[in-house]
Structures are given as C-alpha cells and as structure tokens.
Design a protein around this ligand. Structure first.
Ligand SMILES: Cc1cc2nc3c(=O)[nH]c(=O)nc-3n(C[C@H](O)[C@H](O)[C@H](O)COP(=O)(O)O)c2cc1C
Length: 359
C-alpha cells in the first residue's frame, strides 16, 4: 500500500484535533449563516459556523441552541473586531442619500446613525455558548479575551489577508490562521480598513507564504469551491479549506432566488470589490448598483458602519422584490462553481473529491 500523501495526513490530523471528521469548514457569513446550513455541514462531518456580527447576545445563544439541537458536530462563532467610531460628514452623507434615492426608497437623514450590536456583550455571549472555535476578522481579540477563551478550552482561528497580519495573529496567540485570498466573497478581512484594496493578495500567493511564515496550522479560504480547489489548497500547505460562496446556492442557505441564480451564472470576472454597501471593502457580484457606485461621478461611500445604515432601505427593498440590481449580493470569484445541491452533499463532494485527487 503506497504511503499516504502528506497533505492528506496533515488535513486529517487537523480535523481530528478539532473534533470534526473532514477538514471542510463552512465560512462564517454574517447575514447568511442559517442554523440549517451549519447543521447540514456539521452532520456531514465538517465544521459549522456563524457570522455573528449583526446578532445581539440573545440571538447568538438562540443560534447555538438551534444548531446543537440538530447536530452533535462542532461550529465556530465569528466576530469582526470593531474599528474606532467613524468620523461623520453630513454633507458627504447627503450626497450618498441623494444617490441612493435613485436605487431604493428615500433615505432618512438618521439612517447613517445605525450602530452594530455591542462587541463586549457579543464576546460574553460567545464565551457562554462555549463553541469549539471562536474566530476573528478585521483584527485581533484583546489579550484578556484570548486568555478567557484559552481557559475555557476554546480555540481561536484568526482570519488574515497578508503575511504581516498572519505573524501578528500568531504572536497574539491564535491557534490557527485563516488565510483569506482576495478571491473571497464578502468583506475583505484587512486589519487596516483603509488598506483593504491596496493589500489584495490572491490565495495561490498568500497561502504558501503564510504557511512558511507561521508555525500554527493554516486554513485556506477565498475562491475554494470544488474538490480541485481543496486539493490545491492542501498541496500549498493548508490544513483545511473554508468555503463560503460554494455553499450559498444550497437550499439550506436560504438565499433570495435572484442572488442564488446570479451566482450560478457568474464568471470569475463578474465580481468586484466595493465599499458601496457597507463602507468597508467587500467582494460582491458586479450588479448594476455596485457598478454605478464606482463611476467617477458617484459619491464616495461613507465609512463603515454609516454606509451600511444608509443602504439598509435599498438592500431590504431589493430582497423583498428579489431584484439583483440593488441587492447586497456578496460573491467570491468562484461563484460559478457553487452547486445547488444540499449542503451535506457539497461538503462530502469537496472532501471525497480532494482525497481522490491526492490519493
Ligand atoms: C455573504 C458573506 C458574508 C460574509 N461574512 C463574514 C463574516 O461575518 N465574518 C467573516 O469572518 N467572514 C465573512 N465572510 C467571508 C468568508 O468568511 C470567507 O472569507 C469567504 O466566503 C471565502 O471566500 P469564498 O466565498 O470564495 O468561499 C463572508 C462571506 C460572504 C460570501
């Protein structure tokens, strides 16, 4: 019998060490982390996840209770590390509101005041839930929170977008690094929000460089959406693959139809990175609104989370009318590979296919 491929052995060891059967992680996706999606992935042997950014403590606890009722498998809870409050500019916001009125309902002047839930209270709720893993994006947890995670035996997975961020995360005590290539759907995880577009590194360059720079395991994310991507990530040194967009067309993700259909049609060049939805850079489908917001005569988006508040009415109306043009339709560059099969099938195919390719 031939010796096992070292990349497969590394991934299987990682999975075992984290209480899962297969090294396939559902990516945390704020607003698209339905309990049913995590239950399906965890029951297929992978790791479930919750992007808890917009959830109050009670909602975080309710999410975990629902997932635990449906599976014995593990999951990660994920938060964004908050930035200092933004500087407001009433005149600039007025221009954004006027622009948005062409795309959705009138935007109330106070719409930009909306603030995300309290970070400290969310952190307490996560500790109370006590998941296998807590992950971060956009920065690092403070040392005292890292200590408290460690005391409870919770592992910390830190999302990074550069080698420098990976080294900082390891030095701060991260148990594993999630290397997020620029292909990724959703927000860029850059620690410095202002440098998100300038520091865009593709996964094929980022992953081996991060693997060489740190001693902790590295998880690959961004554009991995089929077994070929998983196998390639493992060969480049990853210990697991984290997949977001690749699960979004599954029935358990419960996406609006227009978004799910547009993902299926998207070529890699049909996405763009824009601040026009939230004020932070994120990769979405190149919809009519996202493209118009990038034209030279369009107003500069307000900072996060002001822009998120300003676009809320348009985004909600788009979901109600199922109109892709105005929808916040996050998508990675491999969207066209996303399958509409049940999530458990997708998870199993990702791993079985990768194993076959690496056998
Ligand atoms: C709809 C959506 C929401 C996301 N929200 C979060 C989030 O709240 N926290 C986070 O760490 N990453 C978030 N991400 C990024 C994913 O965790 C991951 O980096 C990305 O999906 C990987 O690229 P892929 O979509 O090509 O698989 C989000 C991605 C998407 C598509």
């Amino acid at each position: 019998m031939p010796a096992q491929n070292p990349a497969l052995a590394r991934a299987e060891n990682f999975a075992r060490a984290h209480g899962v059967q297969i090294p396939i992680l559902l990516a945390p996706m704020a607003g698209a982390s339905s309990p049913s999606l995590s239950i399906a992935v965890a029951n297929a042997g992978g790791l479930g996840s919750c992007g808890a950014l917009l959830m109050k403590p009670e909602a975080i606890k309710a999410w975990a209770a629902e997932v635990r009722a449906g599976t014995n498998g593990g999951f990660q809870l994920n938060l964004w590390i908050p930035d200092p409050p933004p500087t407001r500019d009433a005149a600039a916001e007025e221009k954004v509101r006027a622009f948005l009125a062409n795309w959705g309902p009138e935007v109330a002047p106070e719409a930009g005041d909306a603030t995300p839930p309290d970070f400290a209270a969310q952190c307490e709720a996560m500790l109370e839930v006590g998941p296998t893993i807590i992950s971060s994006i956009m920065g690092l947890y403070p040392p005292e929170f890292v200590e408290r995670m460690r005391a409870k035996g919770i592992k910390w997975f830190a999302n990074v977008t550069t080698v420098a961020e990976a080294k900082a995360a390891e030095a701060a005590g991260a148990d594993a690094i999630v290397a997020q290539g620029m292909e990724a759907g959703g927000h860029r995880g850059a620690f410095d929000a202002g440098r998100a577009e300038a520091a865009m590194v593709g996964l094929f360059a980022l992953l081996p460089a991060v693997v060489d720079a740190v001693t902790v395991p590295v998880i690959a994310t961004g554009g991995v959406a089929d077994a070929r991507g998983v196998a390639a990530a493992l060969l480049l040194g990853a210990s697991a693959a984290q997949v977001g967009t690749g699960f979004l067309r599954s029935p358990e993700a419960k996406l609006p139809n227009a978004w799910a259909d547009a993902l299926a049609r998207a070529a890699p060049e049909d996405t763009l990175v824009t601040r026009a939805f939230s004020g932070r850079a994120g990769r979405s489908l190149a919809t009519a609104y996202a493209r118009a917001a990038m034209l030279p005569d369009a107003p500069r988006p307000a900072p996060y989370p002001v822009q998120r508040g300003l676009t809320q009415a348009m985004r909600e109306a788009a979901v109600k009318s199922d109109e892709i043009a105005k929808m916040q339709a996050w998508a990675g560059q491999s969207a066209g590979l996303a399958s509409g099969e049940p999530a458990a099938e997708i998870a199993r195919e990702l791993w079985d296919g990768a194993r076959a390719l690496l056998a």
